[in-house]
Write a protein that binds this ligand. Sequence first.
Ligand SMILES: [Cu+2]
Length: 531
Amino acid sequence: MPKIAPNKVSPTFNPDVEIELACRPDSVSILNGQATRVWRYFASLIKGPEGTLTAPPGSYLGSLMRFTKGQKIRIHLRNELPEPTIAHWHGLHVPMLMDGHPTYAIDPGETFVYEFEMLNRASMNFYHPHTHEATATQVYRGLAGLIVVNDEEERALELPSGEYEIPIVIQDRTFDGQNQLVYGGGGMHGMHGQMFGFHGDRVLVNGRPDFQIDVSSRVYRLRILNASNARIYKLAWDDGTPITVIGVDGGLLEKPENKPYVMLAPAERLDAWADFSGRAVGSRLVMRSRPFSGALPKMAERMMGGGGGMGMGGMGGGMMMAGSSLPVGSDYPIFTVRVTKSMSDSPGLPERLSKIVRFQSSDIANPDNPRPISISEGPMSMLLNGRPYGHDDVQPSERIPVGAVQLMEIFHARGGGMGMMGGGMRGMGMMGGGMGRMGGMGAMMSMAHPIHLHGEYFQIISRAVDEDHMDDYATMRDGFIDGGWKDTVLVTSGERVRIVKPFHDFKGRFMFHCHNLEHADMGMMREFSVE
Ligand SMILES: [Cu+2]
Protein backbone atom coordinates (compact mmCIF):
# COMPACT_ATOMS: atom_id res chain seq x y z
CA MET A 1 0.00 0.00 0.00
CA PRO A 2 1.43 3.41 -0.92
CA LYS A 3 2.66 5.52 1.98
CA ILE A 4 1.04 8.94 2.15
CA ALA A 5 2.29 11.80 4.34
CA PRO A 6 0.15 12.11 7.49
CA ASN A 7 -2.57 14.75 7.34
CA LYS A 8 -1.64 17.99 9.12
CA VAL A 9 -3.56 20.73 10.93
CA SER A 10 -5.51 22.95 8.58
CA PRO A 11 -5.17 26.60 9.70
CA THR A 12 -8.63 27.46 8.36
CA PHE A 13 -10.41 24.76 10.42
CA ASN A 14 -11.72 26.17 13.69
CA PRO A 15 -12.44 23.25 16.04
CA ASP A 16 -15.05 23.30 18.82
CA VAL A 17 -13.39 20.21 20.26
CA GLU A 18 -9.74 19.28 20.05
CA ILE A 19 -8.37 16.01 21.39
CA GLU A 20 -4.98 14.40 21.55
CA LEU A 21 -5.24 10.65 21.12
CA ALA A 22 -2.05 8.71 21.72
CA CYS A 23 -1.84 4.95 21.33
CA ARG A 24 0.87 3.12 23.20
CA PRO A 25 1.67 -0.06 25.10
CA ASP A 26 0.71 -0.18 28.76
CA SER A 27 -0.18 -2.74 31.40
CA VAL A 28 -3.47 -2.99 33.23
CA SER A 29 -4.58 -5.13 36.13
CA ILE A 30 -7.46 -7.26 34.78
CA LEU A 31 -7.25 -10.60 36.61
CA ASN A 32 -5.96 -11.33 40.10
CA GLY A 33 -2.18 -11.24 40.21
CA GLN A 34 0.05 -10.10 37.41
CA ALA A 35 -0.98 -7.12 35.28
CA THR A 36 -1.78 -7.71 31.60
CA ARG A 37 0.24 -6.09 28.84
CA VAL A 38 -2.10 -4.23 26.47
CA TRP A 39 -2.15 -1.50 23.85
CA ARG A 40 -4.31 1.49 24.71
CA TYR A 41 -5.68 4.77 23.47
CA PHE A 42 -4.94 7.69 25.78
CA ALA A 43 -7.17 10.69 25.10
CA SER A 44 -6.69 14.17 26.50
CA LEU A 45 -8.83 17.22 25.91
CA ILE A 46 -7.04 20.23 24.45
CA LYS A 47 -10.22 22.24 23.86
CA GLY A 48 -13.93 21.64 24.27
CA PRO A 49 -16.78 21.21 26.74
CA GLU A 50 -16.16 19.60 30.10
CA GLY A 51 -17.39 16.01 30.01
CA THR A 52 -16.21 15.43 26.44
CA LEU A 53 -13.94 12.61 27.64
CA THR A 54 -14.65 9.93 30.24
CA ALA A 55 -12.05 7.27 31.00
CA PRO A 56 -13.60 3.87 31.83
CA PRO A 57 -12.33 2.91 35.30
CA GLY A 58 -9.71 0.17 35.50
CA SER A 59 -9.93 -0.55 31.81
CA TYR A 60 -7.64 -0.73 28.81
CA LEU A 61 -10.42 0.82 26.70
CA GLY A 62 -9.95 4.35 25.41
CA SER A 63 -11.93 7.25 26.86
CA LEU A 64 -15.55 7.57 25.87
CA MET A 65 -15.85 10.66 23.65
CA ARG A 66 -19.07 12.70 23.80
CA PHE A 67 -19.86 14.90 20.84
CA THR A 68 -22.82 16.96 19.69
CA LYS A 69 -24.13 17.03 16.16
CA GLY A 70 -22.70 20.04 14.34
CA GLN A 71 -19.49 20.24 16.38
CA LYS A 72 -16.23 20.71 14.55
CA ILE A 73 -13.76 18.15 15.81
CA ARG A 74 -9.99 17.89 15.55
CA ILE A 75 -8.16 14.80 16.79
CA HIS A 76 -4.39 14.36 16.79
CA LEU A 77 -3.65 10.64 16.60
CA ARG A 78 -0.11 9.96 17.82
CA ASN A 79 1.39 6.54 17.15
CA GLU A 80 3.57 5.34 20.03
CA LEU A 81 3.17 1.68 19.10
CA PRO A 82 5.98 -0.42 17.64
CA GLU A 83 4.10 -0.75 14.30
CA PRO A 84 1.95 1.35 11.93
CA THR A 85 -1.65 2.14 12.86
CA ILE A 86 -4.58 4.34 11.88
CA ALA A 87 -7.85 5.01 13.73
CA HIS A 88 -11.29 4.63 12.17
CA TRP A 89 -14.45 6.25 13.60
CA HIS A 90 -16.89 3.41 13.12
CA GLY A 91 -20.32 4.74 12.20
CA LEU A 92 -19.32 8.34 11.54
CA HIS A 93 -20.08 9.98 8.22
CA VAL A 94 -16.79 11.72 7.40
CA PRO A 95 -14.66 12.36 4.27
CA MET A 96 -12.36 9.56 3.12
CA LEU A 97 -9.27 11.35 4.44
CA MET A 98 -10.82 11.39 7.93
CA ASP A 99 -12.17 7.84 7.82
CA GLY A 100 -9.05 5.97 8.89
CA HIS A 101 -8.51 4.29 5.55
CA PRO A 102 -5.57 1.86 5.81
CA THR A 103 -3.68 3.79 3.18
CA TYR A 104 -3.29 6.62 5.76
CA ALA A 105 -1.60 4.43 8.37
CA ILE A 106 1.14 6.28 10.24
CA ASP A 107 4.49 4.92 11.35
CA PRO A 108 5.69 4.87 14.95
CA GLY A 109 6.42 8.43 16.07
CA GLU A 110 4.10 10.05 13.53
CA THR A 111 0.89 12.02 14.15
CA PHE A 112 -2.19 12.10 11.91
CA VAL A 113 -4.62 15.00 12.28
CA TYR A 114 -8.33 14.39 11.74
CA GLU A 115 -10.65 17.32 11.18
CA PHE A 116 -14.34 16.85 10.54
CA GLU A 117 -17.78 18.13 11.38
CA MET A 118 -20.11 15.81 13.26
CA LEU A 119 -22.88 15.09 10.77
CA ASN A 120 -24.30 12.05 12.58
CA ARG A 121 -27.58 12.00 14.40
CA ALA A 122 -27.55 10.99 18.07
CA SER A 123 -26.00 7.54 18.20
CA MET A 124 -23.30 5.43 19.82
CA ASN A 125 -20.31 4.68 17.63
CA PHE A 126 -16.75 3.60 18.35
CA TYR A 127 -13.15 4.07 17.34
CA HIS A 128 -10.65 1.33 16.62
CA PRO A 129 -7.62 0.75 14.37
CA HIS A 130 -8.17 -0.05 10.71
CA THR A 131 -4.60 -0.99 9.92
CA HIS A 132 -3.99 -3.15 6.84
CA GLU A 133 -3.94 -6.81 7.92
CA ALA A 134 -3.41 -5.78 11.56
CA THR A 135 -6.86 -4.60 12.61
CA ALA A 136 -7.73 -7.82 14.46
CA THR A 137 -4.50 -8.00 16.46
CA GLN A 138 -4.50 -4.28 17.36
CA VAL A 139 -8.12 -4.36 18.53
CA TYR A 140 -7.43 -7.58 20.42
CA ARG A 141 -4.56 -5.96 22.32
CA GLY A 142 -7.02 -3.35 23.57
CA LEU A 143 -7.32 -0.51 21.06
CA ALA A 144 -10.98 0.57 21.09
CA GLY A 145 -13.17 3.27 22.60
CA LEU A 146 -16.74 4.59 22.43
CA ILE A 147 -18.09 7.71 20.72
CA VAL A 148 -21.48 9.00 21.87
CA VAL A 149 -23.18 11.62 19.73
CA ASN A 150 -26.04 13.72 21.03
CA ASP A 151 -28.49 15.98 19.18
CA GLU A 152 -31.56 18.16 19.79
CA GLU A 153 -34.07 15.43 19.00
CA GLU A 154 -32.62 13.05 21.55
CA ARG A 155 -31.97 15.68 24.20
CA ALA A 156 -35.68 16.62 24.19
CA LEU A 157 -36.57 13.09 25.35
CA GLU A 158 -34.60 13.44 28.59
CA LEU A 159 -33.56 9.79 28.56
CA PRO A 160 -31.67 8.43 31.59
CA SER A 161 -28.25 10.08 31.71
CA GLY A 162 -25.28 10.52 34.02
CA GLU A 163 -24.97 7.56 36.37
CA TYR A 164 -28.18 6.11 34.86
CA GLU A 165 -26.67 5.78 31.38
CA ILE A 166 -24.23 2.87 31.39
CA PRO A 167 -21.91 2.03 28.48
CA ILE A 168 -21.30 -1.70 28.11
CA VAL A 169 -18.54 -2.90 25.79
CA ILE A 170 -18.53 -6.69 25.39
CA GLN A 171 -15.33 -8.45 24.29
CA ASP A 172 -13.91 -11.93 24.65
CA ARG A 173 -10.30 -12.69 25.47
CA THR A 174 -8.05 -15.63 26.33
CA PHE A 175 -5.38 -15.30 29.03
CA ASP A 176 -2.39 -17.51 29.73
CA GLY A 177 -1.16 -18.59 33.19
CA GLN A 178 0.69 -15.28 33.58
CA ASN A 179 -2.47 -13.24 32.84
CA GLN A 180 -1.20 -12.30 29.39
CA LEU A 181 -3.44 -12.13 26.32
CA VAL A 182 -3.27 -15.15 24.04
CA TYR A 183 -4.12 -14.77 20.38
CA GLY A 184 -3.95 -17.27 17.55
CA GLY A 185 -1.13 -19.74 17.87
CA GLY A 186 -0.29 -22.70 15.73
CA GLY A 187 -2.10 -25.86 14.72
CA MET A 188 -5.86 -26.17 14.83
CA HIS A 189 -6.26 -23.12 16.99
CA GLY A 190 -4.50 -20.96 14.49
CA MET A 191 -6.46 -22.35 11.58
CA HIS A 192 -9.71 -21.97 13.47
CA GLY A 193 -8.81 -18.44 14.36
CA GLN A 194 -8.37 -17.44 10.76
CA MET A 195 -11.28 -19.33 9.25
CA PHE A 196 -13.91 -18.61 11.86
CA GLY A 197 -12.42 -15.68 13.72
CA PHE A 198 -10.93 -15.44 17.18
CA HIS A 199 -13.10 -16.74 20.03
CA GLY A 200 -11.78 -16.19 23.53
CA ASP A 201 -12.59 -18.27 26.57
CA ARG A 202 -13.83 -15.50 28.80
CA VAL A 203 -16.07 -12.49 28.46
CA LEU A 204 -14.94 -9.03 29.55
CA VAL A 205 -17.27 -6.06 29.92
CA ASN A 206 -15.62 -2.63 29.76
CA GLY A 207 -12.34 -4.53 29.98
CA ARG A 208 -13.26 -6.13 33.33
CA PRO A 209 -13.95 -9.81 34.15
CA ASP A 210 -17.13 -10.93 35.97
CA PHE A 211 -18.67 -7.52 35.39
CA GLN A 212 -21.30 -6.37 37.85
CA ILE A 213 -23.38 -3.20 37.95
CA ASP A 214 -24.88 -1.95 41.20
CA VAL A 215 -28.15 -0.17 40.45
CA SER A 216 -31.05 1.58 42.14
CA SER A 217 -34.56 0.27 41.56
CA ARG A 218 -35.32 2.59 38.66
CA VAL A 219 -34.81 2.91 34.91
CA TYR A 220 -31.36 2.77 33.28
CA ARG A 221 -30.18 3.23 29.73
CA LEU A 222 -27.73 0.47 28.79
CA ARG A 223 -25.67 1.31 25.74
CA ILE A 224 -24.16 -1.93 24.56
CA LEU A 225 -21.46 -2.50 21.93
CA ASN A 226 -20.15 -5.85 20.79
CA ALA A 227 -16.45 -5.01 20.33
CA SER A 228 -15.37 -8.65 20.12
CA ASN A 229 -13.21 -9.69 17.17
CA ALA A 230 -15.62 -12.40 15.99
CA ARG A 231 -17.99 -13.61 18.71
CA ILE A 232 -21.74 -13.26 18.18
CA TYR A 233 -24.00 -12.98 21.24
CA LYS A 234 -27.67 -13.75 21.77
CA LEU A 235 -28.41 -11.38 24.64
CA ALA A 236 -31.28 -12.09 27.03
CA TRP A 237 -32.16 -11.41 30.68
CA ASP A 238 -31.93 -14.63 32.68
CA ASP A 239 -35.40 -14.28 34.24
CA GLY A 240 -37.15 -14.01 30.88
CA THR A 241 -37.81 -10.27 31.07
CA PRO A 242 -37.89 -9.01 27.48
CA ILE A 243 -35.19 -6.59 26.34
CA THR A 244 -36.73 -3.20 25.67
CA VAL A 245 -34.83 -1.91 22.65
CA ILE A 246 -34.79 1.84 22.07
CA GLY A 247 -31.94 2.07 19.59
CA VAL A 248 -29.39 0.35 17.39
CA ASP A 249 -26.17 1.27 15.53
CA GLY A 250 -27.42 4.56 14.12
CA GLY A 251 -29.37 5.80 17.13
CA LEU A 252 -32.92 5.68 18.40
CA LEU A 253 -35.70 3.65 16.80
CA GLU A 254 -39.02 5.33 16.08
CA LYS A 255 -40.68 3.44 18.90
CA PRO A 256 -39.44 1.07 21.61
CA GLU A 257 -39.58 -2.65 20.78
CA ASN A 258 -39.69 -5.56 23.20
CA LYS A 259 -37.55 -8.52 22.20
CA PRO A 260 -37.22 -11.93 23.89
CA TYR A 261 -33.50 -11.69 23.00
CA VAL A 262 -31.23 -9.61 20.79
CA MET A 263 -28.59 -10.97 18.41
CA LEU A 264 -25.51 -8.77 18.68
CA ALA A 265 -22.74 -9.41 16.16
CA PRO A 266 -19.34 -7.70 16.22
CA ALA A 267 -19.67 -3.91 15.78
CA GLU A 268 -23.43 -3.90 16.35
CA ARG A 269 -24.88 -1.67 19.08
CA LEU A 270 -27.92 -2.08 21.27
CA ASP A 271 -29.52 0.77 23.17
CA ALA A 272 -31.68 -0.83 25.88
CA TRP A 273 -34.18 0.64 28.32
CA ALA A 274 -33.66 -1.39 31.48
CA ASP A 275 -36.35 -0.90 34.11
CA PHE A 276 -35.33 -2.21 37.52
CA SER A 277 -38.11 -0.41 39.38
CA GLY A 278 -40.09 -2.69 41.67
CA ARG A 279 -37.13 -5.03 42.10
CA ALA A 280 -36.14 -5.76 45.66
CA VAL A 281 -32.88 -4.55 47.12
CA GLY A 282 -30.51 -7.51 47.03
CA SER A 283 -32.07 -9.05 43.91
CA ARG A 284 -29.97 -9.90 40.86
CA LEU A 285 -30.51 -10.07 37.16
CA VAL A 286 -28.03 -11.55 34.72
CA MET A 287 -27.60 -10.67 31.07
CA ARG A 288 -26.69 -13.94 29.37
CA SER A 289 -25.84 -15.17 25.91
CA ARG A 290 -28.42 -17.86 25.11
CA PRO A 291 -28.06 -20.95 22.90
CA PHE A 292 -28.30 -20.57 19.14
CA SER A 293 -26.90 -22.26 16.07
CA GLY A 294 -25.84 -21.18 12.62
CA ALA A 295 -23.03 -18.76 13.49
CA LEU A 296 -20.32 -21.17 12.38
CA PRO A 297 -20.25 -23.88 9.71
CA LYS A 298 -22.10 -26.99 10.86
CA MET A 299 -19.00 -29.13 11.22
CA ALA A 300 -17.16 -26.52 13.29
CA GLU A 301 -20.22 -25.92 15.44
CA ARG A 302 -20.54 -29.62 16.25
CA MET A 303 -16.88 -29.89 17.15
CA MET A 304 -17.04 -26.74 19.22
CA GLY A 305 -19.92 -28.21 21.18
CA GLY A 306 -22.14 -25.15 21.12
CA GLY A 307 -25.38 -24.23 19.45
CA GLY A 308 -28.85 -25.61 19.35
CA GLY A 309 -29.21 -25.90 23.10
CA MET A 310 -26.41 -28.42 23.38
CA GLY A 311 -24.83 -26.20 25.97
CA MET A 312 -21.38 -27.15 27.06
CA GLY A 313 -21.68 -30.75 25.90
CA GLY A 314 -19.26 -32.30 23.48
CA MET A 315 -16.45 -30.04 24.44
CA GLY A 316 -13.75 -32.69 24.27
CA GLY A 317 -13.08 -32.40 20.55
CA GLY A 318 -14.26 -28.84 20.55
CA MET A 319 -11.45 -27.52 22.65
CA MET A 320 -8.87 -28.45 20.09
CA MET A 321 -10.81 -27.15 17.14
CA ALA A 322 -12.06 -24.02 18.77
CA GLY A 323 -9.34 -23.04 21.18
CA SER A 324 -12.17 -21.73 23.35
CA SER A 325 -13.86 -23.22 26.37
CA LEU A 326 -16.78 -20.91 25.65
CA PRO A 327 -18.38 -22.32 22.49
CA VAL A 328 -20.18 -19.89 20.20
CA GLY A 329 -23.90 -20.39 20.67
CA SER A 330 -23.62 -21.93 24.14
CA ASP A 331 -25.25 -20.49 27.27
CA TYR A 332 -23.07 -18.25 29.46
CA PRO A 333 -23.30 -15.05 31.52
CA ILE A 334 -22.21 -11.63 30.21
CA PHE A 335 -22.77 -9.37 33.24
CA THR A 336 -24.76 -9.16 36.46
CA VAL A 337 -27.02 -6.38 37.68
CA ARG A 338 -27.43 -6.12 41.46
CA VAL A 339 -30.10 -3.90 42.97
CA THR A 340 -28.49 -2.14 45.92
CA LYS A 341 -30.74 0.85 46.50
CA SER A 342 -34.47 1.45 46.54
CA MET A 343 -35.85 4.41 44.61
CA SER A 344 -39.47 5.41 44.26
CA ASP A 345 -39.52 7.66 41.20
CA SER A 346 -38.36 6.68 37.77
CA PRO A 347 -38.88 8.15 34.31
CA GLY A 348 -41.46 6.62 31.97
CA LEU A 349 -40.66 5.07 28.60
CA PRO A 350 -41.41 7.53 25.76
CA GLU A 351 -43.91 6.17 23.24
CA ARG A 352 -42.17 7.89 20.36
CA LEU A 353 -38.40 8.08 20.27
CA SER A 354 -37.37 9.61 16.97
CA LYS A 355 -38.45 10.29 13.44
CA ILE A 356 -37.09 7.86 10.86
CA VAL A 357 -38.03 8.41 7.24
CA ARG A 358 -37.99 5.08 5.44
CA PHE A 359 -36.59 5.16 1.90
CA GLN A 360 -39.20 4.75 -0.83
CA SER A 361 -38.43 3.15 -4.18
CA SER A 362 -38.64 6.62 -5.75
CA ASP A 363 -35.64 7.65 -3.59
CA ILE A 364 -33.52 4.76 -4.86
CA ALA A 365 -31.32 5.09 -7.94
CA ASN A 366 -31.45 1.34 -8.76
CA PRO A 367 -34.75 -0.04 -7.39
CA ASP A 368 -34.81 -2.99 -9.83
CA ASN A 369 -31.15 -3.78 -9.99
CA PRO A 370 -29.59 -4.18 -6.54
CA ARG A 371 -25.84 -3.83 -6.26
CA PRO A 372 -24.40 -7.18 -5.22
CA ILE A 373 -22.25 -7.75 -2.19
CA SER A 374 -21.50 -11.44 -2.53
CA ILE A 375 -19.92 -13.49 0.20
CA SER A 376 -17.73 -16.40 -0.84
CA GLU A 377 -16.42 -18.83 1.70
CA GLY A 378 -13.63 -21.32 1.41
CA PRO A 379 -10.87 -22.72 3.56
CA MET A 380 -8.44 -19.89 4.32
CA SER A 381 -10.27 -17.66 1.89
CA MET A 382 -13.20 -15.45 2.80
CA LEU A 383 -13.99 -12.94 0.08
CA LEU A 384 -16.46 -10.24 -0.94
CA ASN A 385 -17.51 -9.86 -4.57
CA GLY A 386 -15.22 -12.78 -5.37
CA ARG A 387 -12.02 -10.82 -4.85
CA PRO A 388 -9.64 -10.20 -1.97
CA TYR A 389 -9.05 -6.66 -0.76
CA GLY A 390 -6.98 -4.53 -3.05
CA HIS A 391 -6.77 -0.78 -2.95
CA ASP A 392 -7.41 0.52 -6.49
CA ASP A 393 -9.06 -2.76 -7.53
CA VAL A 394 -12.51 -1.23 -8.02
CA GLN A 395 -14.92 -3.31 -10.12
CA PRO A 396 -17.75 -1.76 -12.17
CA SER A 397 -20.39 -2.75 -9.58
CA GLU A 398 -18.33 -1.00 -6.92
CA ARG A 399 -18.47 2.46 -8.53
CA ILE A 400 -21.23 4.65 -7.13
CA PRO A 401 -22.23 8.18 -8.14
CA VAL A 402 -21.99 10.62 -5.23
CA GLY A 403 -25.40 11.62 -3.90
CA ALA A 404 -27.07 8.37 -4.94
CA VAL A 405 -29.20 6.17 -2.71
CA GLN A 406 -28.45 2.55 -3.50
CA LEU A 407 -30.32 -0.71 -3.12
CA MET A 408 -27.85 -3.45 -2.24
CA GLU A 409 -28.15 -7.18 -1.80
CA ILE A 410 -25.78 -9.13 0.45
CA PHE A 411 -25.79 -12.88 -0.17
CA HIS A 412 -23.70 -16.03 -0.11
CA ALA A 413 -22.31 -16.58 -3.59
CA ARG A 414 -22.35 -20.33 -3.15
CA GLY A 415 -23.70 -22.67 -0.58
CA GLY A 416 -25.70 -19.95 1.01
CA GLY A 417 -27.86 -18.16 -1.49
CA MET A 418 -31.29 -19.41 -2.48
CA GLY A 419 -31.22 -21.74 -5.43
CA MET A 420 -27.46 -21.54 -5.65
CA MET A 421 -26.60 -24.71 -3.79
CA GLY A 422 -24.66 -27.57 -5.24
CA GLY A 423 -22.43 -27.73 -8.24
CA GLY A 424 -24.38 -25.39 -10.47
CA MET A 425 -22.03 -22.53 -9.85
CA ARG A 426 -18.91 -24.59 -10.37
CA GLY A 427 -16.46 -23.23 -12.87
CA MET A 428 -18.44 -20.08 -13.49
CA GLY A 429 -15.52 -18.02 -12.28
CA MET A 430 -17.66 -16.27 -9.70
CA MET A 431 -15.06 -16.60 -7.02
CA GLY A 432 -11.98 -15.56 -8.93
CA GLY A 433 -8.74 -17.48 -8.81
CA GLY A 434 -8.54 -21.09 -7.87
CA MET A 435 -11.41 -21.13 -5.39
CA GLY A 436 -13.98 -21.60 -8.14
CA ARG A 437 -12.88 -25.17 -8.62
CA MET A 438 -13.54 -26.29 -5.10
CA GLY A 439 -17.15 -27.18 -5.69
CA GLY A 440 -19.23 -27.73 -2.61
CA MET A 441 -16.61 -26.37 -0.22
CA GLY A 442 -18.50 -23.09 -0.01
CA ALA A 443 -21.59 -24.81 1.34
CA MET A 444 -19.53 -26.58 3.99
CA MET A 445 -17.90 -23.33 5.03
CA SER A 446 -21.05 -21.21 5.11
CA MET A 447 -21.30 -19.12 8.27
CA ALA A 448 -22.64 -15.84 9.60
CA HIS A 449 -20.83 -12.60 8.73
CA PRO A 450 -21.43 -9.14 10.21
CA ILE A 451 -21.12 -6.93 7.13
CA HIS A 452 -20.17 -3.31 7.80
CA LEU A 453 -20.32 -0.47 5.30
CA HIS A 454 -18.40 2.73 5.99
CA GLY A 455 -20.08 6.10 5.61
CA GLU A 456 -23.74 6.87 6.16
CA TYR A 457 -26.08 4.54 8.00
CA PHE A 458 -28.36 2.28 5.97
CA GLN A 459 -31.81 0.74 6.31
CA ILE A 460 -32.52 -2.99 6.19
CA ILE A 461 -35.28 -3.68 3.68
CA SER A 462 -35.71 -7.45 3.72
CA ARG A 463 -34.23 -10.76 4.80
CA ALA A 464 -34.74 -14.19 3.27
CA VAL A 465 -33.20 -17.50 4.20
CA ASP A 466 -33.03 -20.73 2.21
CA GLU A 467 -34.76 -23.97 3.25
CA ASP A 468 -31.56 -25.68 4.40
CA HIS A 469 -30.91 -23.09 7.09
CA MET A 470 -34.43 -22.61 8.45
CA ASP A 471 -33.79 -24.53 11.68
CA ASP A 472 -30.68 -22.55 12.59
CA TYR A 473 -32.38 -19.34 11.57
CA ALA A 474 -35.25 -20.03 13.93
CA THR A 475 -32.80 -19.81 16.86
CA MET A 476 -31.84 -16.24 15.86
CA ARG A 477 -34.60 -14.56 13.87
CA ASP A 478 -36.52 -12.97 16.73
CA GLY A 479 -33.34 -11.21 17.80
CA PHE A 480 -32.82 -9.02 14.73
CA ILE A 481 -33.79 -5.36 14.96
CA ASP A 482 -34.25 -4.09 11.44
CA GLY A 483 -36.32 -0.95 11.90
CA GLY A 484 -33.59 1.58 12.69
CA TRP A 485 -30.45 3.01 11.10
CA LYS A 486 -27.65 0.46 10.81
CA ASP A 487 -24.02 0.34 9.77
CA THR A 488 -23.47 -3.37 10.35
CA VAL A 489 -25.81 -6.23 9.49
CA LEU A 490 -25.43 -9.88 10.40
CA VAL A 491 -25.90 -12.04 7.32
CA THR A 492 -26.33 -15.62 8.51
CA SER A 493 -25.74 -18.86 6.61
CA GLY A 494 -28.14 -19.15 3.71
CA GLU A 495 -29.39 -15.62 4.19
CA ARG A 496 -29.96 -12.88 1.65
CA VAL A 497 -30.34 -9.35 3.01
CA ARG A 498 -31.41 -6.24 1.13
CA ILE A 499 -30.37 -2.83 2.38
CA VAL A 500 -30.73 0.75 1.14
CA LYS A 501 -27.75 3.00 1.68
CA PRO A 502 -27.19 6.66 0.81
CA PHE A 503 -23.83 7.93 -0.49
CA HIS A 504 -24.10 11.66 0.10
CA ASP A 505 -21.51 14.42 0.47
CA PHE A 506 -18.15 12.74 0.01
CA LYS A 507 -16.34 11.27 -2.96
CA GLY A 508 -13.54 8.78 -2.49
CA ARG A 509 -12.93 5.20 -1.44
CA PHE A 510 -15.10 3.85 1.33
CA MET A 511 -14.58 0.35 2.62
CA PHE A 512 -17.13 -2.34 3.21
CA HIS A 513 -16.03 -5.48 4.99
CA CYS A 514 -16.82 -8.30 7.32
CA HIS A 515 -16.51 -7.12 10.93
CA ASN A 516 -15.31 -10.53 11.94
CA LEU A 517 -11.89 -8.90 12.16
CA GLU A 518 -9.96 -12.04 11.28
CA HIS A 519 -12.03 -12.24 8.08
CA ALA A 520 -11.41 -8.57 7.33
CA ASP A 521 -7.67 -9.04 7.74
CA MET A 522 -7.79 -12.14 5.51
CA GLY A 523 -9.13 -9.90 2.75
CA MET A 524 -12.90 -10.02 3.27
CA MET A 525 -13.01 -6.34 2.48
CA ARG A 526 -13.66 -4.24 -0.60
CA GLU A 527 -14.13 -0.57 -1.42
CA PHE A 528 -16.82 1.49 -3.05
CA SER A 529 -15.47 4.25 -5.19
CA VAL A 530 -17.90 7.13 -4.73
CA GLU A 531 -17.43 9.36 -7.77
CU1 LIG B 1 -16.91 -12.81 7.89
